[in-house]
Design a protein around this ligand. Structure first.
Ligand code: IMP
Length: 184
């Protein structure tokens, strides 16, 4: 077993990451710590500063940053996803999209660090924004995001199924591959 410390304040993310890494022989521990989220234009920049803030931790340390990107809103809320949701919930987004293209995608950048070595992995899932919030599973924007090829929102999709196709799954599986290939 390889051990990884996942640093985040979000229990929903931790549960997903823990399940995703287990098949690769990786045991994930959760370190609940709030990390700086600088005003940055890309998820990559945010991840780099999160990694800098966890240099004190030893072994493999994993962080991630995600966002919901809506091309018809020029990528908004994107890197501002967390802040926007906390302040406004879903209302304004649904309102803005009444007359606009509803296509959207979730993107995750996962950053892994061990000592001086760092790796980054990207995962995306395409879909569209629902007309109204549906479902109670998951967290964040899940109730308004419908992944491509279906009708249910992530909020209506059981966690195991979301973990098959989500942006986070796609990034974290690459972390799993890397850790498996590096062995202990
Ligand atoms: P952060 O990576 O914690 O900064 O997340 C940015 C925002 O996107 C937060 O509001 C999260 O709740 C939301 N978010 C991140 N991942 C997901 C997801 O898998 N589903 C729904 N919302 C998400």
């Amino acid at each position: 077993m390889t051990d990884v410390t996942f640093v985040s304040t979000n229990p929903g993310k931790f549960r997903e990451v823990q399940k995703l890494l287990l098949p690769y022989g990786v045991r994930t521990r959760w370190r609940r710590r709030s990390l700086p989220e600088p005003q940055a234009e890309t998820l990559e920049e945010v991840v780099v500063s999160k990694l800098a803030a966890v240099r004190d931790l030893t072994g493999y340390v994993l962080v991630e940053d995600s966002g919901l990107f809506i091309p018809s809103l020029r990528g908004f809320p994107g890197v501002y996803s967390a802040h926007f949701l906390k302040t406004w919930k879903f209302g304004p987004l649904l309102e803005l999209l009444r007359q606009r293209d509803r296509r959207a995608y979730f993107r995750t950048v996962a950053g892994l660090q061990r000592g001086r070595r760092r790796w980054a992995f990207v995962g995306e899932v395409k879909g569209r924004i629902a007309e109204r919030a549906r479902g109670r599973q998951g967290f964040g924007y899940d109730p308004i995001f419908i992944p491509e090829g279906g009708f249910r929102t992530f909020g209506e999709i059981p966690p195991a199924e979301k973990n098959e196709l989500s942006h986070r799954a796609r990034a974290i599986r690459q972390v799993g591959e890397l850790l498996r290939s590096r062995g202990r």
